[in-house]
Write a protein that binds this ligand. Structure first.
Ligand SMILES: Cc1cc2nc3c(=O)[nH]c(=O)nc-3n(C[C@H](O)[C@H](O)[C@H](O)COP(=O)(O)OP(=O)(O)OC[C@H]3O[C@@H](n4cnc5c(N)ncnc54)[C@H](O)[C@@H]3O)c2cc1C
Length: 528
């Protein structure tokens, strides 16, 4: 199929799907130029954005530089990061923070200006935050307020998009749950994450992989689908979604201990409790498995008043379960937290389908490689929201270079969607979680295939994406970043390329030579 030059016609609105940081940033930037229809499946501003605690990474402290931020991003990405994406997004960070401040986000300040926190695998304090650990809530509320006040943005809340319609030339519209079709030549997909592919997740209930499912059915390529970040410290109490104990808690001195009181990270990684997320998550997972007891996080050696002042949200979360964050051992478990994979896009947010942009967590620019650096998620959502908006306004209706497949209709049946979703979560946690192997992945693939077809498009999409994640995890016969295979426990330089999928066809995006060289100087091997 060819991607003829297409005109984005002014009589149709630009449709933005999702109202997290990515979607609202895009909508607000498009609105001075074009009418925007913002469709969001829960209330405006609901999504992972509102739950974010730690903050947004930006190189602005003494001795820091964009180059250092890029270096840390590439280091965390374990050889799969796209160097151009890292340079672009880290380079946008100061403008992103300025924009958000202008939109009304009151970032925390100290006597030197914006207060900067240190998080895992960052070489310097680099994370701006708001309301202590309530960054996401502040960002989401400020942007939602602006969106509601903007006459050029029509908001439709509690409406789910179930299909993106296409013809040979690209996007023709979106179909809403219930059947209504909205014609448009420009869709910005900003549907957030996929945490509910797994039985244990930190993500809100809406994080059900809708974006990748919609884009895949429309023929767009998806990339890095095997790369799922498991956060090491979800609160191991109550049902999923599990509360998050932010990495900033360890940045402030919190330490992980096993049931004997031994430090979990001693001898595991030179950065100890602030090592890369995947390394810490596997150490927590193995310690809990081997001892039969939860790992605990302790801040008891720190000043309780400061702990409560710096982490009011986490403290409240713990208090709801009778735990004093500053004094008690806090039981923690890994949980699915962030999808590095998603809709393959270029640095304008263009997918491989003309007229379809994807931004934020549902997209895969290559920034995160095999493992996201802490607080680069919000940054990317805002940076790509801006970039895609500028491209939409400039009339950039052509797709990104890359493979495109035939569009396929959703396969619906009569099974209860909630039951199918729960089964998908159980199968994925057991067979495609923190430690994977060929047998477990094959079993997961069989079990997913045997599930009855659900009656709703959301659950059907979740299962389709789960199947692709399992296929991608089976195809990568090495361990790298968040993807750990017990049967291939070391990285294989021959497999140091990103993989993308158009329909069921696998394509390899060759490794970025500069990143490969940088990654070669890192020790990516790990004791099992
Ligand atoms: C607990 C938690 C803490 C985090 N902390 C941090 C942090 O400190 N720093 C950081 O950088 N990152 C953090 N992250 C990750 C970060 O919050 C997300 O990656 C980011 O907010 C994603 O933004 P988004 O706009 O892409 O998606 P979201 O904010 O998740 O928004 C997605 C939107 O899409 C809507 N939607 C989904 N499907 C459909 C559909 N079919 N039709 C219509 N609407 C739909 C949803 O309702 C929602 O409005 C955290 C994540 C979690 C879960």
């Amino acid at each position: 199929m060819t991607s003829n030059r297409r005109k984005i016609t002014p009589e149709h609105p630009v449709v933005v799907i999702g109202s997290g940081l990515a979607g609202m940033s895009a909508a607000l930037r498009i609105a001075p130029h074009r009418h925007v229809l913002l469709v969001t499946k829960h209330a405006l501003g609901d999504g992972s954005t509102a739950w974010a605690q730690g903050g947004i990474a930006v190189a602005m402290g003494p001795g820091d530089s964009v180059e250092s931020h890029v270096h840390d991003t590439i280091g965390a990405g374990a050889g799969l990061t796209d160097g151009a994406a890292a340079a672009a997004v880290c380079g946008d960070a100061a403008d992103v923070i300025d924009d958000l401040a202008v939109l009304g986000v009151a970032f925390d300040r100290d006597d030197r200006g914006l207060a900067l926190a240190r998080e895992g695998a960052h070489s310097l304090p680099r994370v701006v935050h708001a309301g202590g650990d309530a960054t996401g809530r502040h960002v989401s509320q400020a942007l939602a307020h602006r969106v509601r006040a903007n006459d050029a943005i029509t908001v439709r809340e509690h409406v789910r998009v179930d299909d993106i319609t296409v013809d040979d030339h690209g996007v023709t519209g979106v179909r809403l749950a219930g059947g209504e079709h909205v014609a448009t030549r420009a869709v910005v997909l900003a549907t957030g994450g996929s945490g509910h592919l797994f039985a244990r997740t930190t993500n809100p209930l809406g994080a059900t992989a809708d974006g990748p499912a919609l884009a895949r059915r429309a023929g767009a390529a998806l990339a890095d689908m095997e790369m799922v970040q498991f956060h090491p410290t979800a609160l191991a109490v109550g049902p999923s979604p599990l509360g998050l104990v932010s990495e900033a808690v360890r940045g402030a001195g919190g330490m992980l201990f096993d049931c004997q009181g031994e430090p979990v990270m001693a001898g595991v990684h030179p950065m100890g409790d602030l090592g890369p997320r995947d390394v810490v998550a596997r150490a927590v997972f193995r310690t809990a498995r081997d001892t039969g007891n939860d790992v605990v996080l302790s801040m008891a050696h720190l000043d309780p008043a400061r702990v409560h002042a710096r982490f009011p949200e986490v403290a409240a979360l713990c208090a709801a379960h009778g735990i004093d964050l500053a004094r008690d051992p806090v039981p923690v478990t890994p949980a699915a937290h962030y999808s590095m994979g998603g809709v393959l896009t270029d640095l304008r947010g263009r997918s491989t389908v003309p007229g379809l942009w994807a931004v934020g967590e549902c997209a895969s620019t290559g920034l995160h490689g095999a493992n996201r650096l802490a607080s680069n998620g919000l940054l990317e959502a805002a940076a790509l929201g801006r970039r895609a908006a500028d491209d939409v306004v400039a009339g950039g209706g052509d797709g990104a270079p890359g493979p495109r497949a035939e569009a396929v209709p959703v396969a619906l049946g009569s099974a209860d969607g909630a039951v199918v979703r729960a089964e998908v979560g159980r199968i994925m946690w057991a067979g495609c979680g923190l430690e994977r192997d060929a047998d477990g992945l094959a079993r997961a693939a069989d079990l997913l295939a045997a599930l009855p077809a659900p009656a709703d498009a959301g659950a059907a999409g979740l299962r389709e994406v789960a199947q692709l994640v399992v296929t991608a995890a089976a195809a990568r016969e090495e361990s790298r970043g968040a993807h750990f295979r017990t049967d291939f426990p070391q990285p294989d330089p021959e497999q140091a390329g990103r993989t993308c999928w158009a329909g069921d066809h696998r394509h390899v995006i060759p490794a970025d030579p500069a990143v490969a060289a940088a990654a070669a100087s890192l020790d990516l091997t790990e004791a099992a």
